[in-house]
Design a protein around this ligand. Structure first.
Ligand SMILES: [Zn+2]
Length: 370
């Protein structure tokens, strides 16, 4: 067994909770990855809920994640917004309140510093909590794949009203929140070691991913001319098959009147959070920009996957694309026995099991001190 590492934090924004870092890998593995990270010029990072867990942000994406007794995955859908906009707004108002009250952890800070120190770093986050921005991550090196709870847009597709960084709390009187954390408590408690029942979703997604890969010529994917074609999100169908989208309990939840929800100052339609819901596609221009950056040079040195199984299409595709470009892969996750398709790794890759808020500063320390 390796000895416990005594770690001095290079970060000053938040104090280290402990001077002893939990054992998450052998010295040999840590050194091997550290050396490679140091020499890497082009690095792509994909982040998921595991990165924000140490900031007290619950996991929302698994089938086991609930809010007020309703499945989060059922509420985070365009179908639900169209039918029950008051419920969807109430849910997002509570998530906004949680995110506004949370601070970035040392994992967010470590990534932000890495991106500032190395020009060739691009971070893709599936989190919508805005914590990477709070950690002062360089804006041009951060892509919020699923949007942000702090951005608001018009629900009318013909209208271009878009509000960036709306930190107003409450966003309107009818959506005032008093006890957000209580309503998320069951999932919040799981967030550090979330083994919630996501397997069913995960395995169905894996099947779809494999099917999708068979249908696509992977060499075509790497051509710079590739443009992301908007397509129906397969996850919407999966969620529908797992649970009814709108249950009677959801319909019975007390919510504000539609007239009291935020409305567009330009066209009077309902406003909505500028996040990507199930049943919607990622931003096409953003996706193309990421692909263009990847293809700027022949090679990508390293792909780091933090706190996510990378199975939600098309975020997970980036791992495959990075591998095709020669990248070695490093996975940082609380539970390495639930890595889905990421389990199929090569010998040259790394998997580190533990809390990203503790592991990332250890890896990036050398770079920060240089
Ligand atoms: Zn509008």
């Amino acid at each position: 067994m390796p000895s416990s590492r005594h770690q001095k934090s290079p970060f000053s924004m938040t104090p280290s909770p402990s001077t002893d870092t939990p054992i998450f890998a052998s010295e040999e593995e840590i050194n091997s990855f550290g050396k490679y990270l140091h020499s890497s010029k082009r690095i792509l990072v994909l982040c998921g809920a595991g990165l924000s867990a140490a900031s007290g942000i619950p996991t929302f994406s698994g089938d086991g994640a609930h809010w007020r007794g309703h499945k989060c995955t059922s509420i985070s859908s365009i179908d639900c917004f169209e039918e029950l906009p008051g419920l969807v707004w109430k849910y997002h108002a509570e998530r906004r309140k949680l995110a506004l009250g949370a601070g970035p952890n040392r994992g967010h800070e470590a990534l932000a510093v890495l991106a500032r120190k190395k020009n060739g770093v691009r971070v893709l986050t599936q989190n919508i909590d805005g914590l990477s921005q709070k950690a002062k991550h360089p804006k041009d090196r951060l892509y919020e794949l699923h949007g942000s709870l702090m951005d608001i847009k018009c629900s009318n597709k013909e209208c271009d009203y878009y509000e960036k960084d709306n930190f107003k709390e409450p966003i309107c009187p009818a959506l005032a929140v008093k006890d957000a954390i209580e309503n998320f408590a069951p999932t919040a408690r799981q967030s550090f070691n979330d083994k919630a029942s996501t397997e069913e979703v995960g395995s169905k997604l894996s099947e779809l991913t494999l099917k999708d890969e068979k249908e696509n010529n992977e060499k075509t994917i790497l051509k710079p001319a590739l443009k992301f074609e908007p397509r129906p999100n397969p996850l919407a169908d999966i969620i529908a098959s797992l649970s009814p989208i709108m249950t009677d309990e959801m319909k019975a939840e007390p919510v504000p009147d539609v007239k009291d929800l935020p409305h567009c100052p330009k066209c009077s339609s309902l406003l909505r959070p500028a996040v990507v819901w199930f049943g919607e596609s990622l931003s096409v221009p953003q996706y193309n920009e990421i692909i263009a950056w990847i293809d700027e040079e022949k090679r990508l040195d390293l792909m780091i996957v933090i706190g996510t199984k990378g199975e939600v299409f098309p975020a997970g595709k980036f791992v495959d694309i990075a591998k095709e470009k020669g990248a070695r892969v490093c996975v940082v996750n609380m539970d390495k026995s639930h890595l889905g398709t990421l389990t199929a790794r090569e010998k040259k890759d790394w998997v580190f099991e533990g809390n990203a808020a503790e592991i990332l500063p250890v890896f990036f320390e050398g770079i920060l001190l240089n």
